[in-house]
Design a protein around this ligand. Structure first.
Ligand code: AP5
Length: 222
């Protein structure tokens, strides 16, 4: 969890790679539906371009269906879901049925001016989803994806005005989810994400190690 630009996508991709876990990004799933041209995609576009949250009744159905289609035998890293207390409660119910309780919440944070700089400079590959930053993580060839050679794009919701709205909504709707997990006794691993990506990933791994999650899973080599 964390506000827009904290590095949820970048960090979870690397952690998933390292630990062989499945990685599910609610933003990526919703964007894929959006670009499919479906009627549902048109509805999603309206909320996402304005920086608003997609209504719970829509997002819960889509994400819980996606979770059940993944191979989570080595664990599951959820990125961007849940974002409201209602989503968290429904997720708890679904995971309890699947016998997959939440082990920890990894919480990334950075000052607002850092978040704004990261988001407004972000570029993404519309084909393979790889994420870049014009200053801190530029592609080797200007505006072209290193992985698949596709022209990079600027997300429609990555303007300063929309990001400010997304940050406000994070404080209003998503911070209460952290409190919900704290009260439920779930471990919260707080990571200061105002550092280079390599350092943030190291800090996250150290937090996971200190929470004894690796030993429980038998992943002592990380
Ligand atoms: P989503 O795509 O999840 O957006 P977000 O939460 O606003 O998060 P971001 O993807 O913007 O940031 P991030 O923290 O993943 O940062 P990243 O690693 O990319 O959701 C988009 C929309 O979908 C929402 O607004 C909503 O409408 C809808 N939605 C999604 N889930 C929903 C839900 N559960 N309920 C309802 N609606 C939902 O990094 C950002 C940039 O910074 C990149 O350029 C990266 O290269 C750079 N960077 C990252 N870390 C570092 C670092 N340490 N140093 C330097 N640069 C860095």
């Amino acid at each position: 969890m964390g506000p827009p630009g904290a590095g949820k996508g970048s960090v979870s991709e690397r952690l998933a790679d390292k630990f062989g876990m499945a990685h599910l990004s609610s933003g990526d799933i919703l964007r894929a539906e959006r670009s499919s041209g479906s009627e549902l995609g048109e509805t999603l576009k309206k909320y996402m371009d304005a920086g608003e949250l997609v209504p719970d009744e829509i997002v819960i159905k889509i994400i819980i269906k996606s979770i059940s289609s993944l191979d989570s035998s080595k664990g599951l890293l959820l990125d961007g879901f849940p974002r409201t207390v209602i989503q968290a409660k429904q997720l708890d119910d679904a995971l309890a049925k699947a016998g997959l309780p939440i082990q920890a919440v990894l919480l990334l944070d950075a000052p607002e001016e850092v978040l704004l700089k990261r988001i407004t400079g972000r570029r993404i590959c519309p084909k393979c989803g790889r994420v870049y930053h014009i200053e801190t993580m530029p592609p080797a060839k200007d505006n072209i994806c290193d992985t698949c050679g596709t022209k990079l794009i600027h997300r429609d919701d990555d303007t300063e005005q929309v990001v400010r709205e997304r940050i406000n909504l994070y404080h209003k709707e998503t911070e209460p989810v952290i409190e919900y997990y704290r009260k439920s006794g779930v471990k919260i691993i707080e990571v200061d994400a105002d550092a280079t990506i390599d350092e943030v990933v190291e800090r996250a791994i150290e937090g996971i190690r200190q929470a004894n999650l690796l030993e429980k899973e038998g992943r002592t080599s990380a």
